[in-house]
Design a protein around this ligand. Structure first.
Ligand code: HEC
Ligand code: HEC
Length: 289
C-alpha cells in the first residue's frame, strides 16, 4: 500500500501514487456528475423493464410494452395495403379509357404507377421515363410500338424480344455484319437517313443513291417515306427522336448491326392491378395515343 500524504497547498489527501514527482490528489467526484450517473442507472433499469433489452437463449426480453419496430412496420404495410385495396378494386372495375375521367382514381393510379416505375423501370428508362440511348423515352409522345392503353399494357406484360411467346417481335437485318449490303451502300443509306430528319452534314450525291437502296430494302418496315411502322416497332426516321442517338455514327451503326432492344416481360412479376396503374402512369407521361 502506497503511503498517503496530505497536499500542503490544497489540503487534500493524495492517493499515494506518484509519477516523476507528480502526485494524484484524491478529490471526490463532482456532485452533479454523480447524480447524472445515478439517474442514468435508474433510467437504464427502467428501460430494461419496459423495452426489449436482453438476449435470452431462445429470443430476447420483450419488455412490458412488447414494442417491436418490425411488427410496427408489418402492421403499417398491412394497413397501407388495406387502405389501397378499395381503390385498386375500383381501378380494376373501371375500363382503362375511363380512368382519367375520375380525378381521384386517376391520381391514385398515377401515384401507384409512379412508385412501381421508380422501383422497376427507371433503371433502364430513367427517372421520369426520359430514356437513354437504346432505351426509349416514355416521356414523349413518340412510340416505337402501339402507344394506346391496350398497346402499352401488352408491351409491359409480355415485353419486347423478351422470349415470352406473346412478346412483341421484329428484327431489323444486320446489313453490314451479315454482308447483305457493302460498305459503300451502307454509307449511302446513312446519308439518306440523315436527310430524312434534316440532320445537317449529309452528302447529296450519296443520299440520292441511298434513296434508291432505301426503297429496295427498308420500306417494308420503315415505310415509303420513312415514317415507321408501330406494328413492327420500326421507328419513324423523319422525326428528331432517335432511339440510338442523333449522329451519323449512330445511324451507321444501326444499319450495320441491326440492333434490337430487349424489354423484359413483367406479367409474372407484377400483379394485374399494379400493371394497370403503371399503364395509366406511362400513358400520362408523354400523352399516349
Ligand atoms: C432491362 C431494361 C428495361 C427495363 C427494366 C424496362 N424496360 Fe421498357 N423497354 C426497354 C427497351 C430496350 C425498350 C425498347 C425495345 C425496342 O427497341 O423496341 C423498352 C420499351 C418499352 C415500352 C415501349 C415504348 C414505345 O415507344 O413503344 C414501354 C411502354 C416500356 N418499355 C415500359 C416499361 C415499364 C413500364 C417498365 C417497368 C415495369 C419497363 N419498361 C422496364 C428496356 C427496359
Ligand atoms: C424487318 C424490319 C426492318 C427493316 C427491313 C429495316 N429496319 Fe430499320 N429498324 C427496324 C426496327 C425494329 C428498328 C428499331 C430497333 C430497336 O428497337 O432496337 C429499326 C431501327 C432503325 C434505325 C434506328 C432509328 C433510331 O431512332 O435510332 C435506323 C437508322 C434504321 N432502322 C434504318 C434502316 C435502314 C436504312 C434500313 C434498310 C437498309 C432498315 N432500317 C431496314 C426494323 C427494320
Amino acid at each position: 500500500m502506497a503511503k498517503r500524504e496530505v497536499d500542503e497547498i490544497s489540503g487534500v489527501e493524495d492517493t499515494g501514487h506518484e509519477w516523476d514527482g507528480i502526485k494524484e490528489l484524491d478529490n471526490p467526484l463532482p456532485r452533479w456528475w454523480l447524480y447524472v450517473m445515478y439517474a442514468c442507472i435508474v433510467w437504464a433499469i427502467g428501460y430494461w423493464i419496459v423495452m426489449p433489452a436482453w438476449p435470452t437463449l431462445n429470443g430476447y426480453t420483450k419488455g412490458v410494452f412488447a414494442y417491436s419496430e418490425r411488427a410496427k412496420t408489418d402492421a403499417d404495410v398491412a394497413n397501407g395495403q388495406a387502405a389501397r385495396a378499395p381503390m385498386f378494386k375500383k381501378l380494376m372495375a373501371t375500363p382503362i379509357e375511363q380512368v382519367n375521367a375520375n380525378a381521384d382514381l386517376r391520381n391514385f393510379a398515377i401515384e401507384a404507377g409512379r412508385a412501381t416505375f421508380n422501383d422497376n423501370c427507371s433503371t433502364c428508362h430513367g427517372a421520369g421515363g426520359q430514356g437513354a440511348a437504346g432505351y426509349p423515352s416514355l416521356a414523349d409522345n413518340v412510340w416505337l410500338w402501339d402507344g394506346s392503353f391496350a398497346g402499352i399494357e401488352q408491351t409491359i406484360n409480355y415485353g419486347i424480344r423478351s422470349g415470352h411467346d406473346q412478346a412483341r417481335l421484329s428484327q431489323m437485318p444486320s446489313y453490314g455484319k451479315d454482308a447483305l449490303l457493302n460498305a459503300e451502300q451502307i454509307n449511302d443509306l446513312t446519308d439518306y437517313v440523315m436527310t430524312l430528319s434534316k440532320m445537317p452534314g449529309a452528302d447529296a450525291g450519296k443520299a440520292a443513291r441511298g434513296a434508291q437502296l432505301f426503297a429496295e430494302n427498308c420500306v417494308s418496315c420503315h415505310g415509303a417515306s420513312g415514317t415507321g411502322d408501330p406494328l413492327q416497332g420500326a421507328p419513324n426516321l423523319t422525326d428528331k427522336e432517335y432511339l440510338y442517338g442523333n449522329s451519323r455514327e449512330a445511324i451507321h451503326g444501326q444499319i450495320y448491326n441491326g440492333n434490337g432492344g430487349v424489354m423484359p416481360t413483367w406479367e409474372a412479376k407484377l400483379s394485374p392491378e399494379t400493371v394497370k396503374s403503371l399503364v395509366v402512369y406511362v400513358h400520362s407521361l408523354g400523352g399516349g395515343k
